[in-house]
Design a binder for this molecule. Structure first.
Ligand code: KG4
Ligand code: ZN
Length: 349
């Protein structure tokens, strides 16, 4: 069976055709995965402007879907279902994908499957690597999220912790902005960090010990926090006299990256130990980070723990991961009614 996936939760308009392989160990194959990025539009403003994003999705959605079908050598009649990101994300952006998907499902008489964006990121690990050894501890880390999940069975997700303030990718973007480096900040800082000294600037690591008042059901000691780190970088930059040299900026990038990556990797392996995980995975835009990938692999090898990341193309927002997560839900017997609505704060259950 083939499924069409649609993703418009933030600033990428994406459509993909994914099909079942019949191989239980590597269940999905990508026939096409078209991504129209809006980065050049938002770069001018230093971040995503929601109103511009939804308007651009409207312009792009038809062409992106047509291209995904074309490149996947697929007609509407070859499809068995249609999957779309329901949330979380920017509501205006989500609405474009959800409305398009509902109309297309009605017109082509296809079952509709509403997908959680983070379930999609988790599925990107399976798309690239095959099924993970379970239980698995999976970190989804992007511009909007830093959330740690325990996956005990396929398709079931238990939230273990999340960030109390900024997402890791958001911290990258804000720090790059205050250093005057452009948008998105993650790839820029990652590149600069390679030539810097990661011990040059003393930056704080936040270790939370108490439960968050807003989420008493979580123990809280695996939570993340990046706003103090961002403020420390800001203070360091403000206290600097005169313009900063390239070397000084590289040192800040390397020191910042060391603190972020260490805190992510430590929580992942702490959780893996605590919950007896047989594998760990990291997905989402920040999983493209070179130091994060290297440290994860190195730590995993030391502890004989299999570690998984998606390909670089599947780490950022794309519809193939949504199609795959939709296919999993569809095979579990879950479809969505045609009056399903976008939900900017959808919880993953
Ligand atoms: O998953 P994604 O495409 O969109 C969201 O759902 O947010 O993630 C985008 C985020 C941005 O904050 C970007 O700066 C960050 O991922 N990012 C990186 C790297 N590449 C992208 N952060 C650190 N290092 C990278 N190499
Ligand atoms: Zn994402």
């Amino acid at each position: 069976m083939r499924i069409l996936g649609i993703e418009t939760s933030c600033d990428e308009t994406s459509a993909a055709v994914v099909e079942e392989t019949g191989d239980a160990a590597k269940p999905w194959a990508i026939r096409s995965n078209v991504v129209a990025s809006q980065v050049p539009i938002h770069r001018e403003w230093g971040g995503v402007v929601p109103e511009l994003a939804s308007r651009q999705h409207i312009r792009d959605i038809c062409g992106v879907v047509e291209r995904a079908l074309d490149e996947g050598d697929t007609r509407w009649s070859d499809l068995g279902a249609l999957a779309v990101t329901q949330g979380p994300g920017l509501v205006g952006s989500l609405l474009v994908g959800v409305s398009f998907a509902k109309a297309a499902a009605a017109a082509a008489r296809l079952p509709l499957v509403a997908v959680h964006h983070l379930a999609g990121h988790i599925e990107s690990l399976v798309l690239h690597n095959g099924e993970l050894p379970l239980p698995s501890v999976v970190l989804v880390v992007s511009g909007g999220h830093t959330s740690l999940y325990l996956v005990q069975r396929v398709g079931s997700y238990q939230l273990l912790s999340r960030t109390r303030d900024d997402a890791a990718g958001e911290a990258y973007d804000k720090v790059a902005k205050l250093l005057g480096l452009g948008y998105p900040g993650g790839p820029i800082l990652d590149r600069l960090a390679r030539s810097g000294n990661d011990r040059a600037v003393a930056l704080p690591t936040t270790r939370l010990t108490h439960a968050d008042r807003n989420a008493p059901e979580l123990k809280g000691d695996l939570d993340f926090s990046f706003s103090g780190l961002k403020t420390a970088v800001l203070r360091h930059v403000r206290s600097h006299e005169g313009p900063m040299s390239e070397m000084e900026i590289a040192d800040i990038a390397a020191s910042f990256q060391r603190v972020v990556v260490t805190s992510l990797v430590e929580r992942v392996f702490d959780a893996a130990r605590r919950f007896g995980a047989k594998s760990v995975g990291v997905a989402g835009g920040v999983s493209a980070n070179s130091r994060l990938r290297a440290e994860l692999k190195e730590r995993g090898e030391r502890r004989e723990m299999p570690t998984f990341v998606p390909s670089l193309q599947l780490s950022t927002d794309n519809a193939a991961m949504i199609a795959a997560a939709g296919l999993r839900k569809f095979r579990a017997g879950v479809t969505s009614p045609l009056d399903v609505n976008a939900d900017a704060a959808l919880a993953l259950t």
